[in-house]
Design a protein around this ligand. Structure first.
Ligand code: UD1
Ligand code: UDP
Length: 376
């Protein structure tokens, strides 16, 4: 039996590693532990609860207003001690967060094998998304197993000299989580909190919005809020629902710009299940989230991406997503277009999801169990 240590610190890592962890717990090949670094607190706890996961250990590292350096320092020290104590055979990290970066590098320092889930995503600039693009590039240097969600991600890794034997193209585990969850939420109306249910009675057609990326902090979020305000005034029958990220650089700005508009509902971050329910019945999404860009196409929802560059161009190539940036006029104009041109809307809604078929976790476990480095 191999000792598998799954490490997650933020909401998206938890959501995307949950199906893998739940499957690994059932497997005779692994003795599996789930370690929360607590890079996030409330938002991580919500995601853990959605999948009924109780971490084996929690490093509880989040500090209000933490910097990348302070969090990384705390992670290096705590993870090194943890590895010393538990001696895992394989450390599994996901994506591009500070938790993933330090989890991978600290394991590499100790000669522990590193499995990187969601490997090979790239933009053409190390500054966007910041610091995630740096994090994921470093992880590709230290990983032994590279689980690429798409052939494009695989090609990036090959171009950087990663051996094909060490890459598995398997789809994104986020789609595994989504497909598991869509079933559960479909007929469960009580999942939505009362204020959301009331809002939906008045605004059955609504746009779901999320924004949190560091590149948008400051002028970017102000500009996005200005667009939302203009659109809310222009379309008084259309609702706008924003579950607001807890990062103070986001929360304070969004609340001060958008509170008090009748057709704009600001909520705290939502549990994953109600969020999936809202995604599946919204008209379309405006987002700068990575995970949401992957999920919406499986639900047949157009996505307008509030970024200048994306490491997920597959959705754009497939026609499900459009890259808008954060300029107010541009956002307003693209939303006007989507609301007025049914043909354009249908084309985006019907484009095929390029991010996986819900079997990524099973494929990953098969590779790790065989000790192979690649399956495809
Ligand atoms: C992090 C990730 C980002 C990911 C995002 C998911 C890095 C570098 N960034 O960004 O890739 O998209 O998580 O949401 O790892 N906070 C709370 N409670 C929470 C979570 C956050 O209060 O549950 C506040 C704290 O003040 C915290 C701050 O948000 O210090 C920033 O959190 P941090 O994890 O450093 O960055 P994110 O912007 O969340
Ligand atoms: N999500 C959620 N509640 C919310 C907003 C998003 O559960 O209020 C989920 C979403 O479905 C996706 C993940 O959180 O699975 C994305 O996380 P986030 O946008 O914070 O990070 P990113 O994907 O950009 O790294």
């Amino acid at each position: 039996m191999q000792k598998l240590l799954i490490i997650a610190g933020t909401r998206p890592e938890c959501i995307k590693l949950a199906p893998l962890y739940l499957a690994a717990k059932q497997s005779p090949h692994f003795k599996c532990r789930f370690l929360s670094t607590g890079q996030h607190r409330q938002m991580l706890d919500k995601a853990l609860a959605d999948f009924a996961i109780t971490p084996d250990d929690d490093l509880a590292l989040m500090r209000a207003g933490q910097t990348l350096g302070s969090l990384s320092g705390a992670l290096f020290s705590a993870l090194d001690q943890y590895f010393e104590k538990h001696q895992p055979d394989i450390v599994v990290v996901q994506g591009d967060t500070t938790t993933a970066l330090v989890g991978g590098v600290a394991a590499f320092y100790r000669g522990i094998k590193v499995a990187h889930v969601e490997a090979g995503l790239r933009t053409n600039t190390i500054h966007e998304p910041f610091p995630e693009e740096f994090n994921r590039r470093v992880l590709s240097l230290v990983a032994d197993y590279h689980f690429a969600p798409t052939t494009l991600a695989r090609d990036h890794l090959l171009r950087e000299g990663v051996s094909a034997n060490n890459i598995t193209t398997c789809g994104n585990t986020g789609i595994d989580a989504l497909l598991l969850t869509v079933q559960k939420v479909r007929n469960n109306e009580s999942l939505l909190a009362h204020p959301i249910q009331l809002f939906l009675e008045s605004f059955p057609q609504y746009v779901l919005v999320t924004v949190h990326r560091r590149e948008n902090h400051g002028d970017g979020i102000n500009s996005i809020c200005a667009a939302l305000k203009q659109l809310a005034e222009q379309y008084p029958q259309l609702g706008f629902i924003l579950p607001v990220h807890m990062n103070p650089n986001v929360k304070d700005v969004v609340e001060s710009n958008l509170s008090g508009l009748g057709n704009v509902l600001l909520t705290g971050p939502l549990d994953y299940q109600p969020f999936v329910k809202l995604m599946s019945s919204c008209h379309f999404l405006l987002t700068d989230s990575g995970g949401v860009q992957e999920e919406a196409p499986s639900l047949g929802k157009p996505i307008l991406v509030l970024r200048h560059v994306t490491e997920r161009p597959e959705g754009i190539a497939a026609g499900c997503a459009k890259l808008l940036g954060n300029n107010t006029e541009n956002i307003v104009s693209e939303v006007n277009h989507l609301l007025s041109d049914m043909g354009a809307y249908k084309a985006m809604a019907q484009a095929k999801n390029p991010y996986g078929d819900g079997t990524a976790s099973q494929q990953i476990l098969q590779v790790l169990a065989n000790g192979d480095r690649a399956a495809s």
